[in-house]
Design a protein. Structure first.
Length: 121
């Protein structure tokens, strides 16, 4: 119906009472060309690892939806989250943008980036 619109699947079981499995996301990604991303707000890094393991395509984006887990999911090689759809960014959007802009430009293991992110969460 809207083939040019990017669709981001949301996994927020605390609000919806259910959660898509990594296998569900694979089916969506394979069968629906405009489903290209997921916001994973489960806080479960094992689940994020399983999503990345099942969907190996670099054109599928994992976005952290749990502010406390964002940094770890972005630096962990088995997840490599592409970014964040952040709750805290509603309060401090410029600060979140600065932290992740710096993160993208600098080493993923930068202590400064981790310290900056922890200070806003």
């Amino acid at each position: 119906m809207f083939p040019d619109i990017l669709v981001v699947s949301y996994i927020i079981p605390s609000r919806t009472g259910c959660a898509l499995l990594p296998e569900d996301l694979l089916i969506l990604f394979r069968d629906c060309p405009n489903v290209k991303a997921v916001k994973d707000a489960t806080g479960d890094t094992d689940k994020a690892r399983r999503i990345r393991k099942i969907i190996k395509d670099k054109n599928f984006y994992i976005m952290s939806g749990d502010d406390k887990k964002t940094f770890i999911t972005m630096i962990e090689n088995e997840v490599r989250a592409n970014g964040v759809i952040s709750v805290i960014s509603n309060i401090t959007p410029a600060m979140v943008q600065d932290v992740f802009g710096n993160f993208k430009r600098k080493s993923q293991n930068s202590k400064e980036n981790k310290r900056n992110f922890i200070s806003i969460v």
